[in-house]
Design a protein around this ligand. Structure first.
Ligand code: SF4
Length: 51
């Protein structure tokens, strides 16, 4: 079962469909490592797989 209500704009990901994520779970990390981000631009989805 996919996650509900996870909006995503990365349309070349294999889990992406119609502006939503169809993965069963996602992992999001801070860009430069560590556990603290200053803003949303410093985070990214590591579940991404290119189509
Ligand atoms: S896995 Fe990540 S990048 Fe891919 S559709 Fe889901 S949220 Fe977007």
């Amino acid at each position: 079962m996919s996650l509900s209500n996870v909006k995503c704009t990365v349309d070349n990901c294999r889990y992406w469909q119609n502006e939503n994520c169809q993965a069963t779970a996602i992992e999001v990390n801070v860009d430069e490592g560590g556990k603290r981000a200053q803003n949303s631009k410093q985070t990214q989805c590591h579940t991404f797989e290119q189509k």
